[in-house]
Design a protein around this ligand. Structure first.
Ligand code: FES
Length: 518
């Protein structure tokens, strides 16, 4: 088996029984904010695109690059389709010209012929990615690979039971908007950034320890930011408060913890697996030196991409759109359709639109109690989002359904909250179509309560995290009375059961010496 790095979460897997191209991403995503780093545009994409199978893990635009898929990937490729309840991924791929789909079932291996077997595990919580995420397991000729990508399975047991894994590819770095887009004092942002960077490293180690693969490849991040307005988001000097740790920084920290099986895949790096060995070659003579000169690489990349960014920005304005009317038209039917999410949000969410000079030109609210969109009336709000009017016009013009990822991942939108974190706000704003809203509503209402308990550090707590059901026997860290679930960093006060991260969740917990046996 040969694995070629194609940048970010992208790889191509070659075997004598066929090739699989995974998540090719080249064009900027999220309002021209995110670019793959290192630059992968010079790869032989004509050759890489001649593939037997295509796997697109999910619809985030740094995994699903429509322009690139349309132009470079062979339409005779068979798409290995994750088992999503929504057809949106398939629909979008069909629109690009793909016609052959192999619909997999989550956690069920499928033989593709000549000894090539794949299994896709699909995560379907509305909170996973843009409403679903997935991982790909591949086996051929005695070599097993798990492309975990940026998915967060609650445990890796479905993979480990298929035998020892040789190559584990997983996310290690931030690929999110938190905390930078929150409007908070700098000292608070720095502290939250430090916590986030450290938690994402610990989570990666947890997965590595669970799978115990022979080799570990950090992939699926970080993006780089080439627009001058966003340049400061790049991690240029190993800042502990920056969530966009790069591959070399990860490997250094990983080796500092005593691991010696970490390998970097640059775009064009090739890992050849034979028996017990993995031979790795790179397109540069010295990977460490490459990262030592990251700033120069980024500056040159920025100059190359300047015209691309300017061309994208020129597309955003649609002054003919009446934003309030269009928002009413798009959102009010969804507010009426939503029972669970709208009541979980409650109150009003403020949307402030900035003109080209940066001044606020219009303030609107989505009123979740009255189920309407209307002008802001100088009232109390739970959340406040501020962004360029042009971005909202563009989202309305294109009919985008996932506003929260488009806006927040672009880092061209800032958020402020008045009160505790409310996940329902974010889920609602990524489900701006009747199909998605229906899915999210039924997913939440179908969640069964968790009856199983586990004993951890002198406490008996429910086994599954109240957030997204991570197995707390593996992901919990308890410090005093506070339990932190390392899956997404949510915290719970065990003495009261109260969630410290979000207002609407509780954990069942008792001190072990007082626990009633169930
Ligand atoms: S599953 Fe998200 S914090 Fe536990």
């Amino acid at each position: 088996m040969r694995v070629t790095g194609t940048g970010h979460a992208g790889i191509r897997i070659d075997t004598s029984a066929g090739s699989i191209l995974c998540d090719p991403w080249v064009n900027p995503a999220f309002f021209a904010s995110w670019f793959p780093f290192p630059d992968n545009s010079q790869l032989d994409w004509e050759g890489l695109g001649r593939t037997d199978y295509l796997y697109v893990s999910h619809l985030h635009r740094d995994h699903f690059d429509a322009a690139h898929l349309r132009r470079f990937v062979s339409k005779s490729a068979t798409v290995l389709l994750p088992d999503y309840p929504s057809t949106q991924l398939e629909d979008e791929l069909r629109e690009l010209g793909f016609t052959t789909f192999l619909r997999t079932r989550s956690n069920e291996p499928i033989g593709l012929g000549d000894g090539l077997t794949v299994m896709i595990q699909t995560l379907t919580s509305p909170n996973d990615g843009p409403i679903g995420d997935s991982s790909l397991w591949v086996e051929h000729d005695g070599i097993r690979l798990l492309n975990q990508n940026d998915a967060r399975p609650t445990n890796l047991g479905e993979f480990t039971k298929l035998g020892p894994v040789d190559a584990h590819l997983l996310q290690f770095s931030g690929a999110i908007w938190y905390p930078m887009t929150y409007d908070l004092p700098e000292a608070t942002l720095n502290e939250l950034g430090r916590q986030k960077r450290s938690r994402q490293f610990d989570r990666t180690i947890r997965y590595v320890d669970d799978l115990k693969a022979r080799w570990v490849f950090p992939i699926a991040g970080p993006p780089c930011f080439l627009d001058d307005e966003l340049w400061a988001l790049n991690d240029l000097d190993g800042d502990e408060a920056n969530i966009f740790m790069d591959q070399q920084a990860f490997i250094d920290q990983y080796e500092g913890r005593g691991y010696d099986n970490g390998m970097i895949l640059l775009p064009g790096s090739v890992a050849e697996f034979t028996g017990d060995a993995c031979a790795l070659t790179h397109p540069v003579s010295d990977v460490r030196r490459f990262f030592a000169h990251k700033v120069e690489h980024l500056r040159a990349y920025r100059e190359r991409q300047r015209p691309v960014i300017e061309a994208e920005k020129a597309l955003w304005r649609h002054p003919e759109i009446d934003v309030l009317e269009e928002l009413r038209h798009r959102i009010e039917p969804l507010l009426s359709q939503s029972t669970f999410l709208a009541s979980r949000v409650g109150g009003a969410v403020l949307l402030e639109l900035k003109g080209e000079d940066g001044d606020i030109t219009q303030s609107l609210v989505i009123d979740f109690d009255a189920r309407q969109v209307r002008p802001y009336a100088d009232e109390a709000v739970g959340y406040q989002f501020r962004t360029g009017r042009a971005l909202i016009e563009h989202l309305l013009h294109t009919g985008e359904t996932d506003w929260i990822n488009s806006l927040m991942l672009s880092c061209r939108c800032s958020a402020k909250r008045h009160g505790p974190y409310n996940e329902a706000v974010f889920v609602f704003l990524k489900c701006l179509s009747p199909e998605r809203m229906q899915y999210a509503e039924s997913w939440y209402t179908g969640q069964a309560p968790d009856a199983d308990d586990v004993r951890i550090d002198g406490w008996v707590v429910q086994r599954r995290c109240p957030h997204l059901k991570a197995d707390l026997s593996r992901f919990a860290v308890i410090d005093g009375n506070v339990l932190t679930c390392q899956m997404h960093g949510w915290q719970f006060d065990l003495a009261t059961g109260r969630c410290l991260t979000s207002a609407d969740l509780e954990i069942r917990a008792q001190r072990a010496d007082q626990a009633v046996h169930r």
